[in-house]
Design a protein around this ligand. Sequence first.
Ligand SMILES: *Cc1c(COP(=O)(O)O)cnc(C)c1O
Length: 394
Amino acid sequence: MNLDKINYLLPIYNPYSLNLKKVKGMYIYAKEGKFLDLFSSLATNSLGHRNCKILKSIRKQSRKYLHISNYFHNPQAEKFAKLLIESSFKGNVLFTNSGTEANEAALKIFKLYGNKYNKEKIFSLENSFHGRTFGSMSLTGQREKNKKFGPLLENIKYLKFNNLEDLRQNIDDKTCGVFLELIQGESGINIVSREYITELLKLKEMYKFLIVVDEIQSGLMRTGLMFSYLHYKFTPDIITLAKSLGGGLPLGAVIVSEDLCDLINIGDHGSTFAPNPVAVASGYALFKEIRKFKYYHNINLMSDYLKFELNNLKKLYPRIIKDVRGMGLMIGVEVVGDIDFIKDKFFKSNILINITNKNIIRLLPAFIIKKRHIDSFLNCFKVILEELEVNEND
Ligand SMILES: *Cc1c(COP(=O)(O)O)cnc(C)c1O
């Protein structure tokens, strides 16, 4: 591949300069070498690259047909929807092609609910990320970044993160709903407190609004349980899914609780492609796999190990590592110092990490990660930290 060709793409990304050859499990193979992937293509390849059960399911479906319009029954989608409902809560599933589309659809349901009960206020959280299209961008609590696309949707306000007083002051009987990630991904693994959810549920009891949990990044075992809301022991009205849902193919979903399904009628929403039968076959294979105990076990074991060791490093290098946080295999390391240097050093040691919100190393490894992969990462990190420490003392 000639890298000059990249100029034909609108430059909205800043990719690694790698010439990819193939991928397998935890690794990406390029002309430049073999790289350990610690963010699984932004949590999309949660079983690692080229999982054989997923590939088999894709092959099987693509021999039958690649796409068929929604004028026909979609047995793959029906089968997958049943599985999703059995693992979440009573209701129905609407499939989409992406995360942002799932959030747009959830927002439309908010509007149907709000218009029916005369409630117009919608809330999301500061620093949240919900997508790049207009509705989801308006929900995204990063106005500074998005204001150049304004005006954005009206009646959306951002609540202060984990601030109970601010929550009480804003919510009232005009509240249609609250949209939130329980563990914010893009903004650097920020965890919503239990007290915040307890207060939110108390207010919901009083004012009857909807809660959408955006599980696009945190769902599907990423945090060590099937969905992040299970850590909080409550059931949302709606959840949105995407990223790993399609097993590496584009697929999103909205799970809508039973009592809201009447709000939506034939023709209220639709998509030419969603749910694409191949994407659904791929996602179905992924989902059946991640329900297995061995993944639950490995995610939690590796999570504990990684967090324990990172906290030890934090004690050794308190000036550089400010915080270690996360659940399951969604872990953030907040660092102070030259982040480009850190990223580059990892890269030169053939380790691919993701940096989010300027100074947070976001680890989103595949669920097949083993102790030896973590050790490679930690050993490399130690060398980098030592170097940074020396530089600081200079
Ligand atoms: C990635 C992400 C989205 C957007 O998903 P796309 O498939 O990129 O549209 C929305 N919400 C959260 C929490 C995400 O992590």
